[in-house]
Design a protein around this ligand. Structure first.
Ligand SMILES: [Fe+2]
Length: 195
């Protein structure tokens, strides 16, 4: 797994910080939801590897500031399927499937398949929230870092649409119980999530 993570160097901004934070938060939310130890371990793995497919996406698309053109977006949105193909023979099937479905939305408006609600594996629903929280609170080429409070507002506001409300509830408990994973000043009222 370390070599997979190393392969993302230069592809995912603040790679090791992002991997650590999403892994920690996803597994903490899993524990809060009383998932078994194997699933908590899987969440740590998926938290680290969900974007591994981006190593096969044009770096100029990944680094582009601002909105993407339609064709660029189509190309970027292949990364879950590429990540699935890269991991399915190496990890548990549940890990590979959570990578495949980590951009599906609870309301069916996600990608690549537009699955909705419980059609989306729970591990993928958990990673979506953890990834969104870290994307909002981290600096990215396409957006500045926003505050933890802003991220909590965004995620709560999209419970039941983008996010599984049960996962959001567990996420809020985790954030309440622990020191913030990251704390940055609020400045820009930009709606945000991971691409
Ligand atoms: Fe992703």
């Amino acid at each position: 797994m370390d070599s997979f993570i190393a392969a993302m160097e230069g592809i995912v901004e603040d790679l090791y910080g992002h991997v650590h934070r999403v892994s920690s938060l996803a597994s903490a939310v899993g524990r809060q939801m009383a998932l078994d130890a194997d699933d908590v371990d899987r969440l740590a793995t998926v938290g680290a590897l969900h974007d591994i497919g981006k190593i096969h996406i044009d770096p100029t698309i990944l680094a582009k500031p601002g909105p993407l053109e339609a064709l660029e977006l189509t190309r970027l949105r292949r990364h879950p399927e590429i990540g699935f193909a890269m991991t399915v023979d190496l990890f548990d099937r549940q890990v590979a499937e959570a990578i495949l479905f980590h951009h599906e939305r609870f309301d069916g408006d996600g990608y690549p398949f537009g699955l909705r609600a419980e059609e989306i594996p729970l591990l993928a629903r958990v990673v979506l929230v953890a990834d969104a929280f870290d994307a909002i609170t981290s600096h990215r080429s396409y957006q500045p870092a926003l505050s933890v409070d802003h991220a909590i507002g965004e995620i709560t506001g999209h419970a039941g649409t983008q996010f599984d409300p049960d996962v959001v509830e567990a996420f809020l408990t985790v954030i309440d119980q622990h020191a913030p994973v990251t704390a940055l000043p609020s400045a820009f009222p930009v709606a945000a999530a991971a691409r």
